[in-house]
Design a protein around this ligand. Structure first.
Ligand code: ADP
Ligand code: MG
Length: 380
C-alpha cells in the first residue's frame, strides 16, 4: 500500500490522492469478514442449544462427509423399559429382579436404570452391595451378601464360563442382558427401547446435504441393530461393538478419506466421540463424560440439530468468502478511484465505512439461522 502511495505521488505529485489511497486501504472489512460471521454463527448455535467448544470445529464441520451414530441413547431414546423377565430353572423371578437391580445400583447405563425402575415398580427393595465394578460395554459385577452377581451381555457371561443357553422367546427389537448369581446362570431380562422421534428425518436430511457415509455403531446384538437401522433407514450398521471397536470403526472410516463426525451419549462411546474429527455429545445436560470427550454438545436431544449444524457451518463459510470478496472489491475500487483523482480523502473514508457495514450486515444474516428449529425438549 505504501509503495502504491509512493508510485501515485511520484507520477502525480498529488498528496490528496495518496491520502485517499491510504484511507481506503485500511482493511477493516477484510479483518471483520471472518470474526463477525463466526460470532453470528456461534450465537445462532447457542440459541439453538448447541455448545461449540472451539470455533474452528464449527468451521470444519462444513467439510464433514461421514456421520457415525451410537445407537442406545442417540438414535434411540435410551429410556429402556423391561419387556420380559426369563428366570432360569429353579430361580425365583423376584430374586432375579432383586439381584439384577441391586447389582446395577451404581451404574448409569440405560439398562441399569430400567432394572432399578422395574424393581421399584414391583415393590422389590434393593439390597446392599459391596465390591461393585463396571466393565465398560460389557456389564457389572457386584457382591450381594457374599454372592457374586453379574449382569451384562451374553458373550461376556460366556467368557466368564457362565454357559448360558441362548435367549429364546425374545423379539428382534429387544436388547437383552444376562444375569448370573453365585457362578451360575440365573436368567435373561429383555428390554425395549424407542426410536428417537426425528431420527429417520435427520438421516434423510443429512443424505440430502450430501453426507456420503451414514453409520450406526452399537454394543447391542445384531438383531436389535438391524431392526433399528431398517426402521430409520441407516445404510451402515456395526453391532456387538465394545467401546474400543467403536473407535476402530471410526478410524476405519477416517482411513477411507472421510471427515467423520461421531454422535453419541457418552455411555460406552466416549472414546469414539474423541476419535472423530468432530464429536457431538447428545443431551449434554446429563453427561459429563460426553461433554468432555466431545467437541460440540447438544443441550437438547434433537437430532435435527445435526443437519442444522452442517447448514450453519456451510453458510458461515460462504458468508466469510463473500465478506472477503466485498472487502477486497471496496479496497481495489478505492485504489482505482483514488489513484485517478476521483475520490477525495473524505470520500475514501465514507467508502471505507460502507464496505465495513456491508460486511457486518452480511454476517448478521446468520444470527437468525435456526429460528425454524423447534424449541428444546427437556433433556433426559
Ligand atoms: P450402545 O452401543 O448401543 O450404546 P452399550 O455399548 O452401552 O450399547 O452396551 C452394549 C451391551 O452391553 C448392552 O446391550 C448390554 O447387553 C451390555 N451392557 C453394557 N453395560 C451394561 C450394564 N451396566 N448393565 C447391563 N448390561 C450392560
Ligand atoms: Mg450409548
Amino acid at each position: 500500500v505504501l509503495a502504491l502511495g509512493l508510485l501515485v505521488w511520484f507520477f502525480t505529485g498529488d498528496w490528496s490522492r495518496v491520502v485517499s489511497i491510504l484511507v481506503v486501504s485500511c482493511p477493516c472489512a477484510v479483518v471483520l469478514a471472518a470474526p463477525t460471521a463466526m460470532v453470528a454463527a456461534l450465537s445462532a448455535a447457542a440459541r439453538s442449544g448447541i455448545l461449540v467448544k472451539h470455533i474452528a470445529d464449527l468451521e470444519a464441520f462444513a467439510r464433514v462427509s461421514a456421520v457415525v451414530f451410537d445407537k442406545t441413547g442417540t438414535l434411540t431414546t435410551g429410556r429402556l423399559g423391561v419387556s420380559k423377565v426369563l428366570p432360569a430353572e429353579g430361580v425365583a423371578m423376584a430374586d432375579l429382579v432383586r439381584a439384577a437391580a441391586t447389582a446395577e445400583r451404581h451404574s448409569n447405563h440405560p439398562a441399569a436404570r430400567a432394572l432399578r425402575e422395574l424393581a421399584q415398580g414391583a415393590g422389590i427393595p434393593l439390597a446392599e452391595t459391596s465390591e461393585f465394578t463396571e466393565v465398560p460395554g460389557r456389564g457389572v459385577v457386584a457382591r450381594i451378601d457374599a454372592v457374586e452377581v453379574r449382569v451384562g451381555r451374553a458373550a461376556w457371561l460366556a467368557e466368564a464360563g457362565l454357559a448360558a443357553p441362548p435367549p429364546t422367546d425374545i423379539e428382534d427389537g429387544s436388547s437383552v442382558v444376562g444375569v448370573a448369581m453365585g457362578g451360575r446362570f440365573a436368567g435373561w431380562i429383555s428390554m425395549q427401547d424407542q426410536i428417537r422421534p426425528g431420527a429417520a428425518a435427520a438421516l434423510r436430511d443429512l443424505e440430502s446435504l450430501g453426507i456420503r457415509h451414514l453409520a450406526m455403531v452399537t454394543g447391542d446384538r445384531a438383531a436389535v441393530a438391524e431392526t433399528v437401522s431398517r426402521r430409520i433407514g441407516c445404510p451402515h450398521v456395526k453391532a456387538d461393538c465394545l467401546p474400543g471397536e467403536k473407535v476402530a470403526y471410526v478410524n476405519e472410516v477416517k482411513a477411507r478419506g472421510h471427515r467423520v463426525a461421531v454422535v453419541g451419549d457418552g455411555v460406552n462411546d466416549a472414546p469414539a466421540l474423541a476419535a472423530g474429527d468432530t464429536g457431538i455429545a447428545m443431551g449434554a445436560a446429563g453427561s459429563d463424560v460426553a461433554i468432555n470427550s466431545a467437541t460440540m454438545a447438544l443441550m437438547s436431544n434433537d437430532l435435527a440439530r445435526i443437519p442444522f449444524l452442517v447448514r450453519l457451518s456451510r453458510q458461515s463459510r460462504a458468508v466469510i468468502l463473500q465478506n472477503l470478496g466485498v472487502g477486497m472489491i471496496f479496497i481495489i475500487a478505492g485504489w482505482v478511484l483514488g489513484g485517478a483523482g476521483n475520490l477525495s480523502p473524505v470520500g475514501g473514508a465514507i467508502l471505507h465505512n460502507i464496505g465495513s457495514f456491508v460486511v457486518l450486515f452480511n454476517s448478521a444474516r446468520i444470527v437468525r439461522a435456526g429460528d425454524e428449529l423447534e424449541a428444546d425438549e427437556k433433556p433426559g
